[in-house]
Design a protein around this ligand. Structure first.
Ligand code: ACO
Length: 455
């Protein structure tokens, strides 16, 4: 179904509305009159109550270290209000509770209120789906076999305005409904109303005992429908829908199979229950819920992995070998700890490893004496270079001295790929920080061309 998603300027809007003809509202206000400022951000943090009681872990792993304690699953998740879908859901529910927004199922029963609301909805569709022939929209919206979930907003003056809706035809015997049109007024789009409208439509379909929603989605709206649980894969048997709905060119038939156990108007509590359930199960096999006391790094010269309380139980043989993204020039890397790489290095043929390291040392010597290498010989010193924010931007720093230290350790570079990854990390950091075209980035690329030919 053709449609146009746009964010026109005020001027364009006024023009479109004039062209739109009669007022689109229940209380004879235009959409523009009803435009409300974007909602204020939720100030208060809150937690969502799970939709059901969550079974607790049967045999959770208990803390076995002095000073360690366990976190509850609720505390591990923390507040939920920072999640966009949760804050939108919360805001929608509040608006509905206050009565400033209502969703109503309306059919053409000939009554004045129904006709006025359907007229408002028709006007929204005509504006938001400009490629749809107006008579066609009018025919379906007022068709008595169709019904619509209509979103109505109450203005501070008390007048009500139709801000969007979903018009569909339920096919009771076939157990599905075909969504004909769906739109939200442009001033209210991308604020979550489209999602809420679909949730109300799904709940209405459940009440009608329909198992599926089908729609011929405009290409522009496919992404929206996907986010609402629609798929291009049609699972409804063809005999239940073929011949009942029309096919258009340039549209994509999409389906949403409804799950009667899901309360579509309250997804966040359901997801919260699932998250808690998963965390409870994890307590039986993982120590992620145990908080260990910190270590006093000032009193230690280099930290061995086994000195970190929370890592005592890690089976190092199962940890993948480090890549350039792991480890920094911290005490952890230089104190020759027992790491996965060390474990791998121990298992390698010492003769082969020594030969590899000899070769890598020769290449490293050539890299260090290359004319483009000078900015990379030492770790970046923010004071000396004036790059005060360097370590705020570059989270995995790398330089030729660190690479030399890793090579000297005798266990770190168990293959060429790890060595190459460190060099590439160094080049990427230079470009990320300085930007393409900067002379330091150019030097980094020249060095990369040089070592690539050697490795
Ligand atoms: N393309 C890609 N993504 C979209 C689109 C789109 N056209 N519209 C919305 N989305 C995304 C939003 O970014 C949001 O993503 P997020 O949850 O990751 O943040 C999600 O879909 C839901 O957005 P909402 O704010 O809930 O939806 P909105 O209120 O904007 O309403 C609607 C969506 C109804 C498609 C609205 O944009 C509209 O009226 N568009 C014009 C009319 C139209 O195209 N209707 C569908 C035609 S097909 C048919 O009628 C059968």
């Amino acid at each position: 179904m053709p449609s146009k998603r746009k964010h026109p300027s005020t001027k364009q809007t006024a023009k479109t509305e004039q062209a739109g003809g009669p007022h689109a509202s229940v209380g004879f206000k235009t959409e523009a009159d009803a435009k409300t400022p974007p909602p204020e951000e939720e100030e208060e943090d809150f937690r969502v109550e799970p939709s059901c009681a969550v079974p607790r872990a049967r045999n959770p792993i208990e803390p076995d270290y002095p000073g360690a304690y366990t976190m509850t699953s609720e505390d591990m998740i923390g507040t939920d209000s920072h999640l966009a879908y949760v804050s939108r859901w919360h805001r929608m529910r509040e608006e509905e509770r206050r009565g400033s927004v209502t969703f109503r199922v309306v059919t053409n029963d000939g009554s004045r209120p129904a006709l006025v609301q359907l007229l408002g909805l028709k006007n929204v569709f005509v504006r938001q789906l400009p490629n749809m022939p107006r008579p066609y929209v009018v025919r379906l919206v007022f068709d008595r076999k169709h019904e619509s979930v209509i979103m109505v907003k109450k203005l501070p003056s008390g007048e009500e305005v139709v801000m969007g809706g979903c018009c569909y035809r339920p096919f009771g015997e076939q157990g599905f409904a075909e969504i004909a049109f769906l739109a939200i007024s442009h001033s209210e789009q991308v604020r979550g109303y489209g999602t809420r409208l679909m949730a109300h439509t799904k709940e209405r379909a459940k009440a009608l005992k329909l198992t599926h929603l089908l729609t011929c989605a405009d290409n522009n709206a496919v992404a929206y429908f996907k986010k609402q649980g629609f798929s291009k894969i049609i699972t409804l048997p063809p005999e239940r829908w073929q011949g009942y709905i029309k096919d258009y060119e340039g549209i994509v038939l999409m389906e949403c199979a409804l799950n009667f156990k899901v309360d579509y108007l309250n997804i966040p509590p359901l997801l919260k229950a699932q998250k808690l359930c998963l965390l409870e199960k994890l307590r039986e096999v993982s120590r992620s819920h145990i908080v260990y006391p910190g270590i006093d790094v000032k009193k230690m010269k280099g930290i061995r992995i086994e000195d970190i309380p929370g890592l005592r139980h890690v089976d190092l043989d199962k940890v993948p070998p480090p890549t350039a993204a792991h480890g920094t020039r911290s005490g952890v890397a230089s104190a020759k700890p027992l790491t996965a790489a060390a474990a791998i290095a121990r298992e390698r043929d010492p003769v082969q490893l020594a030969a590899l390291h000899k070769e890598l040392q020769q290449i490293l010597n050539q890299i260090k004496s290359h004319s483009s290498a000078w900015p990379f010989l030492e770790p970046v010193n923010p004071e000396e270079t004036g790059a005060y924010n360097y370590y705020e931007i570059i989270k995995n720093p790398m330089d030729l001295r660190t690479i030399q230290e890793r090579l000297d350790s005798g266990w770190y570079y168990v293959n060429r790929d790890i060595f190459l990854a460190d060099l590439n990390r160094m080049v990427k950091n230079a470009i990320d920080y300085n930007g393409p075209g900067h002379y330091i980035s150019e030097l980094a690329l020249s060095l990369q061309r040089f070592y690539s030919s050697k490795l």
